[in-house]
Design a protein around this ligand. Sequence first.
Ligand SMILES: [Zn+2]
Length: 393
Amino acid sequence: MAEIIAGSLFMYVFKEASRNAYNNKRREDGFRKNVFDNFGFNLPHTDTSDEVLRELPPGELDALKARLVGRLIGQKLLRKYRFLGKSYLVAVDATGIATFDHKHCEHCLTKTSKSGVVTYFHYVLEAKLVTSTGLAISLASEFIENDPGRDYEKQDCEQKAFVRLAAKIKKHFPRLPVCILGDGLYPNNTVFDICQRNGWQFIITLKDGNLKTFQQEVALLKATSSKTNVYRATKTTRVTLQYQYLNDIEYDGRYFSWVECNETVVNINDKSTKIQRFTYITNVDQNGQSIVQTADSGRLRWKVENEGFNSQKNLGYELGHKFSRVSFIAMQNYYQLLQIAHIINQLVERSSQVVALLREHSKQTIVDLWNKMIAYLLFAHVENVDWMPSLPG
Ligand SMILES: [Zn+2]
């Protein structure tokens, strides 16, 4: 079983575009031998893996991922990235992973266009542990899916999936100090209740239309709030960040803090100016010390989109590629393996050895290094790799 799972996992570790591309390499004796000598397992045929992944309950790989991430947290590797030295920043966001013009399975979500064309698709809600250095590590994933036989008028949605996702995080990481980062869909009582019950902090984007009474009180008191200015410069820009906060703003019987950051970016070359405003609601009481880190952490939420989804879609992981056209169970399992492979590769890509290789010359890229690794596995003849520990069983 370990070999069958590892075989599919390595398809993503190697950033193979398709099962077919992977099978072509696997057909080479040298490749199979080198994988065995270096990584310690026999590569299964992907058809074998696929059959297993169609049957394996998706909770199994969810739990495996949680164990691996739990180990990383336990080894204190991520401690220095904690918010205010206390909690781990967990960004929540949904993404589409597959679209079909026909009913793919019983769990497809559907959308009907104005002209009556029905599209079938799958969405997944992700909770990723994010850091200011760009790591985005999947803590838990929850598919947004329809129940077969249920009225299509009442489709599953991100808000409902968040309730299940939060329960999953609490189950797998019961004592983990968490700070939830969410977008403008998340400032509501359901989310506030869940965070309060779980003892989680949150920093949630507040859009102009959200929580009217809360925003009215903020508008009244805004002029009295103290401001902190921070200046940052890059080679081409001068950035002014003005931070503001208010504590003890009432909403529906509870009290929260309001945080705002107004950012002005001046481009030195063309003298253009870009102004942006970021507003958050948080249950973390603010003071002059915490305000900058709170607003900056709120903005880390986009990392799930950038570091997480985009690199999984565009940098070789083929998130959108339909690794299983027929089975919803297999689709979920492939998705989990992709998340695990992405965690492994992010850590490898930040390891001192790889960083040193990237610094060798300015044109050296991650893509080049991966091509070289595959070429090595295909063509190198390495006898008796004696640094590998012997395998159990
Ligand atoms: Zn489907």
